[in-house]
Each structure stands twice: as structure tokens, then as C-alpha cells.
Design a binder for this molecule. Structure first.
Ligand SMILES: Nc1ncnc2c1ncn2[C@@H]1O[C@H](COP(=O)(O)OP(=O)(O)O)[C@@H](O)[C@H]1O
Ligand SMILES: [Mg+2]
Ligand SMILES: [Zn+2]
Length: 479
């Protein structure tokens, strides 16, 4: 029989200590150490873990990693984010706030994988088998061969899941959620760091040892981290985050870690009565629905991974009362916003030092891409001057500290997408290699932010050195 030992495990970072201390020496959090019983057997097992795979070294030339056959999930947006489907034997973590749709997504994935590859084990510690059946019916997976190939196990015992998986040998195991799972030998409650970590370790053994893909669901806490230990994120092969605006229908899927693909692809879904639906036209999904131009609104032609995405930046600028002016950014990096405010003031004659500033992207999207700079700066200037930017205009460009505009990658792809969605004018950085030409779009190249503000806010009647470019373009339209 295994001998029990007691350790003090930090609930914030997962570090282990022999004695209780008020502050964790590893992450400096206070009062996070909790006594956890760890059996010697589980530690010995863990030490033996590396043996699970092959222990014979192979020549590099014989290591055929690139040839793995992936399991398509039946949801193309998810497959894109994963890099082409789920890799057999991998351990994935899908995180998101409660209610965002993690269980919905994974039940649909279970149906999709079962339809094409057979054999999925859906283990849930959150719902009863009956509740899961009702949900499946609502998602349209009620009957048929796919539903027969999804085995449901309502349990919170990791041992039971591993036992069932070793017998049934499914292609995919879903564990919903890792915070409800417990390992018999540990006596901490479900959701404690000790339980979460040990459960995940054993499920990793299952994945690597048996070549079965395992997907863990993880609830995300208010501060945005996956509840439980950070160590979980280091353990898994990929971390996929499902997010979206509270109360909205749009759902975004993004990898924050991916051993088998890139982390900059974005998946876009809509939540409906019958589950998550892929958005047919993601390029349009983040444009707010209002007609007519309003001061403070500028559309950017951004890139998300390999996909051009049009997003609307909204800014509101108002004289500040007493104290430090407010700076609020949502979907935009606040440091980037601060930099753009400084450049606007010093280099473009739009001083906002004594104004409250609010800037956000519509649709709950977050974009960290330099090409967004120009649209943010123009939205701020537009709100400050209370002049709208003409409808049908998009802006792309990185803003430098001197107020200069820098070219961005994939300009023609961005502008083609803008043209497809009905935009007809683009304010872009002046390129050294000549202008881009995209059918249906009048390109307005500008050298710096000052000229960009002038071009954007004076619409079709620009003064100064921009006039020749514009007039020529106008003449062509009229004539
Ligand atoms: N009966 C229902 N009809 C329509 N939509 C529902 C229904 N039940 C749940 N939903 C939708 O599914 C969401 C919950 O999804 P779920 O997959 O349970 O989230 P999670 O597993 O991330 O906590 C709800 O926020 C709601 O949008
Ligand atoms: Mg759930
Ligand atoms: Zn700690």
C-alpha cells in the first residue's frame, strides 16, 4: 500500500513546499499554500513517466513528425486555429469563461470526429448524462451513427475515465472540465491545484501512452488565467481560448499556445439555438451596423494571421474634469494608445493631453497588429475635431514616433478584402516601391500622420499638397 505524504501546494502557481508558509516563495502570493496529501506511489509513477514513449533514439532523418495524420473536427474554423485538426496523442486545453460555449463546442466536435473517425469518449463532471443528451438533441446530434459513436461518461473520477478509454480505445477523449476532476489518491477538493495538476498529468499519460487525443476543458477566472495552476498551460500541447463579448453572439477562437501550428489564426463563430455556427463572412463580422459616418469611427483593414479582417475603431474624446484624464482602451493595447496620443499631439497637431479618451474595437475583438495604428489615430482625431471620416473609407498603417507612416505587410490583400466589402477609398502609407492598385479602391498614399488626418477629415475637398492626387482621381471618376 502506498505511503501518504503531506505537502503544501501553492494554489496560484503549483509550487510545492514541505512546510506551511504565509507567502509562496515562488510566485509571492499570500495565503495560497494548502496542505495536500501526495502518495509515494503517484510520485514514483510520475518519475517513470518518460518511459511511456519510445526510449530508443532515432536518427533525425527518420523522425517523421510532419507526416502525422490529423483528425479534422468537422468545424473548419477550429481546424484552422489548431493548424489542420487535432493531432492524435496530443493534449489540448480549451479555456473560456463559464457560459461562453466550451461544452457546446466540444459536443459538436465530438459529433464531428465521431462521424468521420468513430469513437469519442465524452467525460463530464459538470452535467448528468441526461442533460448532455438534451443538449445533443438541441445541437442536432440526437440520433444517427455519430451520436452512437459518442460514449458519455458522467464522472469526476480520472481513474474511471482512463479505464474506460483503455477499454474502448476512442480516437478522442473530452474531459469537461478539468476543475471537476479528482484523483483518488489525493485528498484535496476538485479544482484545487493538486487535483487539477495530477488529473492533467494522468490524462497526459493516457494521451501520449495510447496515442489518443485528449481535450481538457478549463474554466477561466476573472483575471483571465485558466483556473488552477499555470503549470497546466506548460503541460499541454496547445491552449485554445474561446472568448466573446458578454451578451453578444460572436465567439472567437484563438490559440495562445500551439506546438503543432501557429498561434495567430483566428476562428470566428456565432452562438445560436443549435450551437456554434461558423460565420460565413468573417471579414464583415466585426463591422458595426450603422449607416452614415459618425465622428470617432474609422474602419481598419487589419490582418488576423493569414486572414484580412475589417474592424471598426470607435473613439470618444471629451474635455477632462479635474485630475488625471482617463485613458480607456478595449481590444487595443493601452500602451499603443498612449503612444498614438503622444504622436498625435506632438507631430500631427491634435493635442489630447487634457481630454478623456476612450477607444475600442466593435464586436469584442482584440487586435494587436501595427497596421491598426492609423485607424486608431484617425478615430481619435475625428472625435476631437468632431468631423466624420467619409463613409467607404478604410485606413491601414503603422505610426512611428516621428509621426511617419510605415508600410504594413499584405497591403493588397487587405485592400482587396475592403473592396469586396464595398469600401472605395483607402488611406495608406506612401510606399517607396510605388503605389498599390486594387480595383474599386481609390488609394490615398500619405507620408505622415498630419497628412493622414488632413486627408481623412476633409473628405473629397483636401487642401495643400494632397490635392493633385485626389483631383486627378476625381476627374477620372467624373470623366
Ligand atoms: N436551451 C438553450 N437554447 C439556446 N441557447 C442555449 C441554451 N442553453 C444554453 N445555450 C447557450 O449556450 C451557452 C452555454 O454554453 P456552454 O457550452 O454550456 O458553456 P460553457 O461550457 O463554456 O460553460 C449559453 O450562454 C447560451 O448562449
Ligand atoms: Mg460547460
Ligand atoms: Zn505560488
Amino acid at each position: 500500500m502506498a505511503r501518504a505524504q503531506s505537502r503544501f501546494v501553492c494554489q496560484s502557481c503549483g509550487a510545492e513546499f514541505l512546510r506551511w508558509e504565509g507567502q509562496c516563495r515562488s510566485c509571492n502570493e499570500w495565503n495560497t499554500l494548502v496542505e495536500t496529501v501526495i502518495t509515494v506511489r503517484s510520485q514514483e509513477r510520475r518519475r517513470a513517466l518518460p518511459v511511456a514513449g519510445s526510449i530508443t533514439p532515432v536518427p533525425l532523418s527518420a523522425a517523421t513528425e510532419g507526416a502525422v495524420a490529423r483528425l479534422p473536427t468537422g468545424m473548419r474554423e477550429l481546424d484552422r486555429v489548431l493548424g489542420g485538426g487535432i493531432v492524435p496523442g496530443s493534449l489540448l486545453l480549451i479555456g473560456g469563461e463559464p457560459g461562453v460555449g466550451k461544452s457546446t463546442l466540444l459536443l459538436q466536435v465530438a459529433g464531428g470526429v465521431a462521424a468521420a473517425h468513430g469513437g469519442v469518449l465524452y467525460a463530464t463532471g459538470e452535467e448528468s448524462a441526461g442533460q448532455l443528451r438534451l443538449r445533443a438533441a438541441r445541437l442536432g446530434l440526437g440520433g444517427g451513427p455519430a451520436a452512437d459513436a459518442v460514449a458519455v461518461l458522467a464522472t469526476s473520477e480520472v481513474g474511471a475515465i482512463i479505464e474506460a478509454a483503455r477499454q474502448a480505445r476512442p480516437a478522442l477523449v473530452v474531459v469537461d472540465s478539468i476543475q471537476t476532476m479528482t484523483v483518488e489518491e489525493l485528498d484535496g477538493p476538485a479544482g484545487s491545484v493538486g487535483q487539477v495538476r495530477e488529473s492533467a498529468l494522468r490524462l497526459m499519460e493516457l494521451a501520449k501512452g495510447e496515442g489518443i487525443a485528449v481535450v481538457l476543458v478549463g474554466h477561466v477566472t476573472k483575471d483571465g488565467s485558466i483556473a488552477g495552476p499555470r503549470t497546466l498551460e506548460h503541460l499541454v500541447d496547445a491552449v485554445i481560448e474561446l472568448g466573446g463579448e458578454r451578451g453578444g453572439v460572436m465567439r472567437l477562437l484563438r490559440a495562445s499556445k500551439n506546438r503543432f501550428g501557429s498561434t495567430d489564426e483566428l476562428g470566428v463563430f456565432e452562438m445560436g439555438e443549435s450551437g456554434l455556427r461558423e460565420v460565413a463572412d468573417p471579414g464583415r463580422a466585426f463591422l458595426a451596423e450603422h449607416d452614415g459616418a459618425a465622428p470617432g469611427s474609422v474602419v481598419a483593414a487589419a490582418m488576423e494571421g493569414s486572414r484580412p479582417l475589417l474592424v471598426e475603431v470607435q473613439a470618444l474624446v471629451a474635455p477632462a474634469g479635474y485630475g488625471t484624464p482617463a485613458r480607456r482602451a478595449s481590444g487595443i493595447d493601452p500602451t499603443r494608445l498612449a503612444l498614438l496620443l503622444a504622436v498625435l499631439g506632438r507631430r500631427a497637431g491634435v493635442g489630447l493631453g487634457s481630454h478623456d479618451v476612450y477607444a475600442n474595437l466593435t464586436g469584442g475583438l482584440t487586435v494587436a497588429e501595427p497596421g491598426l495604428d492609423l485607424a486608431v489615430a484617425l478615430a481619435l482625431a475625428s472625435s476631437m475635431r468632431d468631423r466624420p471620416v467619409d463613409r467607404g473609407t478604410v485606413a491601414v498603417g503603422e505610426v512611428g514616433l516621428l509621426g511617419e507612416l510605415r508600410p504594413v505587410s499584405g497591403l493588397d490583400r487587405r485592400l482587396r478584402e475592403a473592396a469586396r466589402l464595398g469600401f472605395f477609398r483607402a488611406i495608406v502609407p506612401e510606399g517607396r516601391r510605388g503605389a498599390v492598385a486594387v480595383e474599386g479602391i481609390r488609394v490615398v498614399p500619405v507620408a505622415n500622420l498630419r497628412d493622414a488626418v488632413r486627408a481623412a477629415l476633409t473628405g473629397g475637398d483636401p487642401p495643400g499638397e494632397l490635392a493633385p492626387v485626389m483631383v486627378e482621381a476625381e476627374t477620372r471618376v467624373v470623366g
